[in-house]
Design a protein around this ligand. Structure first.
Ligand code: ADP
Length: 494
């Protein structure tokens, strides 16, 4: 019997006011329906906002170390359920089990990191310029944080936003991506079981353009944290700009790996395969361009296309699978349309380039790991985010040229250089325009205790992760206490 899931609003699991639902299907086999999930309407979002206001009133007054203890228990529960949640996530969005386990682990790490922040959340005490006067500043929660997340890290990305937002004392409304509502459901179950007061978290399923939009446009949701496409981020950004809201945006990438002539090619090969085809290329940090020095180009491309063509496609729950399906058919069509564009632009297809439809793969959204050689930096396949298993190879003849090509897209999330020369590595770190640079590692593999985010059109200056994320979820208050017993005028009575 097919399970029908609910929203979590005002401390209860409730059916959507619309009475409408959508099917959530396994992208490796669309005959496998995971459940029916609410296609909520703006009225559901309004209820969630009213409830979150009550939740905020209580939670914001709960001491931060106590808030941290709840997150500690969240981490413990995630540890217990790691395997079950990873399996559910693979079934829902397709990436292989090793990766969904990593996704849960990132949530665990984020929970424990946030938990300890409860005993820090430092403010600043500074000297006053006047005698007998005290000056300090401290962080306060903002209110209701609206969290809008994508499908590719169905657990990790919501936790990057939710756990610090909660630790800082905000109430949250969580709108997961339409492709991954089940993981969202499982995460909210964990929060409630861990003892989070019920009105502090709300889960509203449905379409971004309906419920996401209703949340972004509501004046009582003062902070929005979004990860997703640049197009959607721009729409949300325009609304938040007009309404003077706090907004953290994490959007597209066109991340490049530079391979110098002195690189360890075996290492670079392993790195580019993992960076380009892990999560079937659906990571915002995926390696989607390989910028390779001409003296190692031929060997690199030959070995790379051989290995890419041998990667085993299949259901991510099968331990033999190396590359899972794309998340949905529309995404597969989009990837294929970019492959057609690449061919028309004159790039040379050296691996993949078509949907994989043999045997059981026919029932899913599989696409062969694809490599284009002879790509010019201005081609669309070298500039635009494809979000699939497609790698564009650009050949260069110097480090300077490599960095110029690396910087020639509108994005700047992650980057990588393979070299054994420390001087080259340091120059790349200095000159690459990106929020993250890896040396001798692919463009993926962020750790939760460091800032995560990008420059240029990837974001709007905010960073998730590490101690930096709390800037997105707190307001500063400056406090002056004059104990002189007389009127003292700053800048005047010195
Ligand atoms: P992706 O390609 O990762 O699916 P999207 O930008 O389409 O990226 O979706 C990311 C998230 O944004 C999803 O949760 C989606 O429902 C939501 N979303 C889409 N359109 C809007 C919108 N107009 N307002 C608010 N949220 C939206």
């Amino acid at each position: 019997m097919l399970e029908t899931f609910k929203n979590f609003i005002a401390g209860e699991w409730v059916a959507p006011t619309t009475g409408e639902y959508f099917d959530n299907r396994n992208p490796a086999d669309w005959n496998d329906v995971i459940g029916k999930f609410p296609r909520s309407g703006p009225a559901d979002m309004l209820k969630a906002i009213e409830s979150a206001k009550r939740g905020f009133a209580k939670w914001s007054k709960t001491p931060a170390p106590i808030r941290g203890q709840v997150l500690q228990r969240v981490g413990d529960l995630l540890v217990q359920r790691k395997d079950a949640m990873a399996k559910a996530m693979t079934r829902e969005m397709g990436k292989v089990l090793a990766e969904t386990r990593g996704d849960v682990q990132e949530g665990i790490d984020t929970a424990y990191y946030a938990a300890t922040e409860g005993r820090r959340l430092f403010g600043r005490t500074v000297p006053s310029e006047l005698r007998n006067k005290w000056a300090m500043s401290y962080r306060r929660p903002i209110g209701i944080a609206g969290l809008i997340t994508p499908f590719n890290f169905p657990l990790a990305i919501p936790t990057w936003k939710m756990f610090p937002a909660l630790l800082c004392g905000n109430a949250v409304i969580f709108k997961p991506a339409e492709d991954v509502p089940h993981t969202g459901h499982l995460l909210v179950e964990v929060l409630i079981e861990a003892g989070l007061p019920p009105e502090v978290v709300q889960l509203v399923h449905g379409q971004g353009s309906v419920v996401g939009r209703a949340m972004v446009e509501h004046r009582d949701v003062p902070v929005i944290s979004f990860t997703g496409s640049t197009e959607t981020g721009s729409i949300i950004g325009a609304t938040c700009g007009k309404m003077h809201k706090r907004l953290s945006l994490e959007m597209g990438g066109k991340n490049a790996m530079i391979v110098m002539g002195d690189a360890d090619l075996d290492l670079a090969l392993d790195g580019v395969l993992w960076g380009a085809f892990g999560t079937t290329g659906q990571r915002c940090t995926a390696t989607s361009r390989l910028i390779v020095m001409k003296q190692v180009h031929d060997e690199m491309v030959r070995r790379l296309s051989e290995r890419a063509s041998k990667l085993r496609l299949g259901d991510g729950l099968d331990p033999a699978t190396e590359v899972g399906p794309l998340v949905n058919r529309a995404q597969r069509d989009k990837v294929h349309s970019y492959v057609e564009i690449g061919k028309k632009e004159g790039a040379k297809l050296v691996a993949g380039g078509s949907p994989a439809e043999e045997g059981p793969l026919r029932e899913g959204n599989f696409y062969r790991p694809t490599i284009f050689d002879g790509v010019e930096p201005t081609m669309r396949i070298a500039v635009e985010e494809i979000f699939g298993p497609v790698l564009s190879v650009v050949t260069v003849s110097s480090l300077e040229e490599a960095i110029q090509v690396q910087n020639s897209t509108p994005y700047g999330l992650s980057s990588s250089i393979y070299t054994r020369d420390v001087n080259r590595a340091m120059r790349a770190i200095r000159d690459i325009e990106a929020g993250i640079t890896y040396v001798n590692g692919p463009t993926i593999g962020a750790e939760v205790q460091l800032p995560f985010g990008g420059v240029k059109e990837t974001g709007n200056g905010h960073r998730e992760g590490g101690p930096t994320v709390i800037d997105a979820f707190t307001e500063w208050k400056s406090v002056y206490i004059d104990y002189s017993g007389k009127l003292q005028k700053a800048q005047i009575d010195r």
